[in-house]
Ligand binder design. Structure first.
Ligand code: NAG
Length: 316
């Protein structure tokens, strides 16, 4: 496990159910499951492009020459209050929102980058991870596709699969390919957790959108290695949840936190495990200091300098 003991707290980046904007939360001290809203609960970012709404915001840590000096926030271009779930999957946005920062405080260069062509019904829940083998960012998202004989997307689409592309700058992307296809099962909300800096050991969590469950797979052979589902093909962590996001504990090098979005209820609830590469053994964390109604986002461990800068800028 990666040593993370220099970190002093956590920055949470979420959207809220009816409010598809980017909200920041900061941990109370170095407690991984205790958060308070920054900016008096007002959004940090409101999109000015696309649908005007952003869901599933995720914060991405710079890699390579951007390590320690660049962060990106990317998210889904969707304002569900202005459309329907059916229309959003037939004629939804083919782009992803992107903002960037060199200090976590100033977020600039909002853009909406189209990553799929018109055969896609939507581009949902984009995330990215620095791929040390490729020395670029691996960006991934969930899409379904309509045949060319159905240009208006009125008929039946493919299953939903995970697509990916590479980028060095979140401006230009390689042409997309399929990363995970469990046809006929629909898969959305993929997220990766590196277990160390070897570039080999990863856990990935995703949602089975057919059965409405979240489960984990593990690889010891890299991002494009062999992935296995601990416990077998029916093993799950939890049902009735989505939007998994995982982060290492700052103080206990063995502990991993996993947020699961109870989308039919009060949003994200924290879970924890000492054995993250497993579908069993995740236990609910105490929620006494965990805010209700946070939706699909991500959490970034931050050092004392960054923690203080965030608190000074937006704290109360
Ligand atoms: C905290 O992280 C920032 C960004 O990587 C870095 O510039 C700064 O030097 C770090 N502070 C400490 C005390 O390590």
């Amino acid at each position: 496990m990666r040593r993370a003991d220099a970190n002093a707290g956590y920055l949470g980046v979420f959207f809220l159910g009816a409010d598809p904007y980017v909200y920041f939360y900061l941990s109370n001290g170095n407690n991984a499951v205790s958060m308070k809203a920054l900016n008096r609960g007002q959004p940090i970012m409101r999109p000015t492009k696309g649908t005007g709404g952003v869901r599933d915001p995720t914060i991405i840590v710079g890699g390579g020459k951007e390590e320690g000096r660049k962060w990106y926030i990317i998210g889904t271009d969707l304002h569900i209050g202005k459309t329907s779930w059916d229309a959003a999957q037939r004629q939804g946005s083919k782009g992803i929102f992107i903002w960037e920062s060199t200090d976590l405080i100033n977020w600039v260069n909002e853009r909406l980058v189209v990553v799929e062509d018109s055969s896609a019904g939507m581009v949902w829940a984009p995330e990215a991870i620095w791929d040390p083998a490729k020395e670029q960012y691996l960006v991934h998202w969930a899409s379904k596709f309509y045949p060319t004989s159905d240009p208006r997307h009125t008929g039946s689409p493919s299953n939903i699969r995970i697509r990916y592309a590479y980028t060095s700058d979140f401006k230009t992307f390689s042409s997309p390919q399929t990363l995970i296809d469990k046809s006929p099962t629909n898969i959305i909300d993929l997220t990766f957790l590196p277990l160390d800096s070897s570039g080999k050991n990863f856990v990935r969590f995703m949602k089975d959108e057919t059965k409405k469950t979240v489960f984990a797979e593990v690889s010891t052979t890299g991002l494009f290695g062999t992935w296995t589902r601990p416990g077998g093909n029916d093993a799950i962590i939890q049902s009735g949840v989505e939007g998994p996001t995982a982060y290492l504990d700052n103080q206990d090098a063995k502990k991993v936190h996993l947020l699961l979005d109870h989308y039919g209820g009060d949003g994200y609830r924290p879970y924890e495990s000492l054995n993250p590469g497993s579908n069993s053994g995740w236990v609910a964390s105490g929620r006494g200091q965990w805010p209700a109604n946070l939706r699909h986002g991500s959490v970034l461990p931050v050092n004392g300098t960054l923690y203080e800068a965030l608190r000074k800028k937006w704290g109360t």
